[in-house]
Design a protein around this ligand. Structure first.
Ligand SMILES: [Fe+2]
Length: 365
């Protein structure tokens, strides 16, 4: 009996297979082919958008920040700061793209009446970008009080960023190998099973480790900016004292945290204890400095707002060591100190997704 049932079942299966296979196979091929094509088109569309549209779509953000310690030391209408950052100009093959960005900034700032122009670094990516930096500065209206800047890591150095992930993998593996020596067999197995997710978390929360491939001519850049009329704040401060407009605050700048010689103590030296201080720091990791409480407001860039923000996953990486992921751009507080990080207008790898470029008009009241 059992043998007969089994035989009937096999026969039915054979018959079904004979009739359904070609149809099922064709349907499967259509569905799979269609799904792959749709995914390919969507991927190409996203890539095209991230390369050709979003990086050029610079927006002007307006923001009001209240500085309690600056009461009675600001112009009646507030102190207006136009904050630029991370232009990352390459020149050469990117000139057309960079001119489009400059024209966008020109249109956004046309007729703008403001007091301070600040640039928080990464003016250039390569030395050939200098001409476009000066073109950018010429494109915005002249500030009423002055223009100030600090250097970023790319103003000093260039990197092979395509090598960053393999280099970080080697660093991560070396640390894992050392840790394995101290682990039990069970802990080693668990570590091996979770290695990839932990590596991804490491990459997302650590500055990308591109190999240094050369230097930019920072002295030439500095001289050109100073000639243009921008005062560079390398570990120093300026007392912005203009009784005619009611302005009396201190603007400090600190050198880049990664490639420069940051000395926040020098930047703040000599500033009276009660005086309000605004600090320009390319890298927001300056928030980890013990002298931070002396600063009322930090203006930074560097993160590009994560540059790529994956839906349901968040920013690809923060490019900082001390920055919580949720504060990769925008306004937040660290104790009594207020911090604003702009997403900036440029990028090294020319892709942005859901982290659009921006310039910001900050009104200090
Ligand atoms: Fe940058």
């Amino acid at each position: 009996m059992i043998k007969q049932t089994s035989s009937i079942y096999d026969e039915r299966k054979l018959q079904t297979a004979k009739h359904a296979d070609p149809l099922q196979r064709t349907a499967w091929l259509w569905w799979t082919g269609g799904a792959l094509m749709a995914a390919g088109i969507a991927g190409a569309g996203i890539l095209l958008y991230a390369h050709e549209i979003e990086p050029l779509d610079i927006q002007l953000e307006r923001l009001t920040i209240r500085l309690p310690r600056a009461a009675g030391r600001l112009p009646a209408r507030g102190l207006r700061i136009l904050h630029l950052s991370d232009s990352h100009f390459h020149g050469g093959g990117r000139t057309r793209r960079e001119h489009a960005k400059i024209e966008r900034v020109r249109a956004l700032t046309s007729g703008l009446d403001y007091d301070l122009l600040v640039h928080t670094g990464d003016f250039i990516h390569f030395d050939d970008g200098l001409e476009n930096v000066l073109r950018l500065l010429d494109a915005v209206p002249r500030p009423r009080v002055g223009a100030y800047g600090v250097f970023g890591n790319h103003d000093y150095t260039h990197y092979a960023m395509e090598e960053a992930l393999p280099r970080m993998w080697r660093t991560f593996r070396a640390a894992e190998h050392a840790a394995d020596q101290r682990r039990s067999r069970a802990a080693r197995l668990l570590a091996a099973a979770t290695r990839w997710p932990r590596y991804i978390r490491y990459v997302r929360n650590t500055p990308l480790d591109g190999r240094r491939t050369g230097s930019n001519d920072a002295a030439r850049l500095n001289a050109a900016l100073e000639r243009w009329g921008m005062t560079m704040l390398h570990n120093c401060a300026k007392h912005l004292y203009r009784p005619d407009i009611g302005l009396d605050i201190h603007l400090a700048g600190v050198d880049d945290v990664i490639e420069g010689r940051p000395r926040l103590g020098d930047s703040l030296q000599g500033i009276p204890e009660s005086a309000p201080v605004i600090l320009l720091s390319h890298n927001p990791d300056i928030i980890a400095s013990p002298q931070l409480p002396r600063v009322d407001l930090v203006l930074s860039g560097h993160t590009h707002g994560g540059q790529i923000r994956v839906p349901l996953w968040g920013v690809a990486h923060t490019q900082a060591e001390h920055l919580p992921r949720r504060h990769v751009s925008g306004f937040f507080r660290v104790g009594e100190t207020q911090v604003y990080i702009t997403r900036g207008i440029g990028e090294g790898i020319p892709l942005r997704f859901r982290a659009g470029p921006q310039i910001t008009l900050i009104e200090i009241t």
